[in-house]
Design a protein around this ligand. Structure first.
Ligand code: SF4
Length: 491
């Protein structure tokens, strides 16, 4: 074998080895979803340790075979190239995570790896040999790496990805992605929006492009959420968004819940939100007005920051969220007002275009997670106002806890519904019926908000007139001052 033949032989073989060694970027996407950046970086390092070992092993054999020739350099090249790659692992991950798809991720990996080898080749190879070694070998290696990157990604995307994806927000469904945030389970093609018109697929992810866009913000009495047993007589900073996972035809907030915002509106980052709360000494925040769970990532991030800074978090929601994201989010939520719109499957299906069971499941999860919950039913004229519905709803609530406060709210014609406002008599008969099974029942959207009486001795604990709240015989730890009974208050 001539010297040139040896070089060509080594170049081809080294490239072949490169085919395997550059499979290393393949595990990167596996770590991309579901783990935070630091474990990803550690993962990189571990894989690169194996990679280094692999390169060192093979190239050392060559170094030995071709001792005294320029082929003894590959040992250093392989080792240094890998170190270079490790050095780039973290920033590479950050960049790729932000800007690239799964497919380009491996190509990025291959690129950086080979850049490392090219640089080290130039560092260690005598100038004369650069033509033979530096150019030919690295070019062939890079081409192989590039092809390998594509092959690995196709194999990964087609076969392995579904096993490693974090299935909290979306999953692979054949060629498409399926959103699993809410029970609508939209299957989306690239650039397609879901039924909510808020969450969208873009390449290999489904996300909310409007994350951080706020429709309205104000400081409200907490009773307005409505929450009567959580931090009574306090004010809460309330932020609203756009969109909803349901399509209730009587929606009282349809001007924000059934529209899509302009993507150019200023987006508030979770940190900006926290800074605002801290600066203004606001001790609680409500995610409300539209359906906040559509802004899952943003709300979760803000809620985490609030938890760290002792700011209470409140979710006002339709409860139409799947168990996995619900469990994750509720870990960081202190209180929730959840709509239970009806006891009927048909009502949810025909009037809201949804299902009732996931809502009941959400309520149970929230209760199990020890989130302070209060429930609300909007009683819609000639639609869900039958007293039988009231019995079924209160049975369900009582099966969880008789102490869950229940708000029976008056409807006004909105959106596509023209039925007249709920007669006050209907609200009152619902209140009377619900009180047979539940300890704390209140009217909503009516002038009489309802007082709270001790469930044990009947003492007046809180008197409410409009939003004038008078705390009477309630101690600072939420007990009746007269008999010390706990009345499901968070003070
Ligand atoms: S959140 Fe939106 S995209 Fe996802 S399943 Fe629900 S309606 Fe569909």
């Amino acid at each position: 074998m001539t010297k040139k033949e040896k070089i060509a032989y080594f170049a081809a073989l080294s490239s072949f080895i490169g085919l395997f060694e550059n499979m290393i970027p393949t595990p990167i996407p596996i770590f991309r979803i579901g783990l935070s950046n630091i474990p990803v970086c550690l993962g990189f390092t571990i894989f690169n340790f194996y990679e280094s070992f692999f390169i060192v092993m093979f190239k050392t054999v060559f170094s030995h075979l071709f001792r005294g020739t320029l082929f003894s350099y590959p040992f250093l090249i392989g080792l240094t190239g890998s170190l270079f790659f490790i050095l780039f692992a973290y920033p590479f991950y950050k960049i790729s995570h932000k800007y690239t798809s799964f497919v380009s991720l491996s190509l990025f990996g291959a690129f950086f790896h080979n850049m490392g080898q090219i640089l080290t080749a130039f560092l260690f190879i005598p100038p004369k040999a650069i033509f033979y070694f530096g150019i030919i070998l690295i070019t062939i290696g890079s081409i192989f790496s590039f092809i390998n990157g594509i092959i690995c990604n196709i194999i990964y995307n087609r076969i392995f990805r579904r096993f490693f994806m974090d299935d909290t927000l979306f999953i692979q469904k054949g060629e498409d992605l399926q959103c699993v945030l809410c029970p609508n389970y939209c299957v989306l093609k690239d650039e397609q929006f879901g039924l909510c018109h808020i969450r969208k697929r873009q390449k290999d992810k489904i996300f909310n492009p409007y994350s951080g866009i706020i429709s309205s913000a104000s400081i409200d009495p907490i009773e307005k959420k409505p929450l009567y047993h959580f931090l009574p007589k306090t004010s809460i900073y309330s932020v609203g968004f756009f969109g909803c996972t349901l399509k209730c035809q009587f929606c009282q907030n349809h001007l924000i819940s059934q529209v899509t915002p302009d993507e150019d509106i200023h987006k508030v980052s979770p940190n900006e939100m926290l800074n605002y709360l801290m600066k203004n000494k606001l001790s609680s925040i409500a995610f409300t007005y539209s359906e906040p769970t559509l802004y899952f990532e943003w709300v979760l991030e803000v809620a985490k920051l609030c938890k760290k800074n002792n700011i209470k978090t409140i979710l006002v929601t339709n409860g139409y969220l799947n168990p996995k994201p619900a469990s994750i989010l509720l870990e960081y939520i202190d209180a929730a007002n959840i709509d239970l719109k009806s006891s009927k499957i048909e009502f949810y299906k025909k009037v809201c275009f949804g299902k009732i069971d996931p809502v009941k499941e959400f309520i149970k999860i929230a209760y199990q997670k020890k989130v302070h919950i209060e429930l609300t039913t909007l009683v819609v004229t000639n639609t869900n106002d039958d007293i039988e519905e009231c019995k079924e709803i209160t049975d369900f609530i009582a099966s969880i806890s008789k102490d869950i406060p229940f708000h029976i709210s008056r409807y006004h014609p909105q959106y596509k519904f023209t039925e007249p406002p709920t007669p006050l008599g209907t609200i009152n008969s619902w209140i009377t019926e619900a009180k047979k099974k539940l300890n704390f029942v209140y009217g909503g959207n009516i002038s009489e908000l309802g007082n709270t009486y001790c469930k044990n001795c009947g003492e007046l604990l809180i008197e409410r007139e409009y939003y004038d709240i008078l705390i009477k015989n309630l101690s600072n730890d939420g007990k009746c001052k007269k008999c010390s009974e706990f009345n499901n208050f968070v003070m």
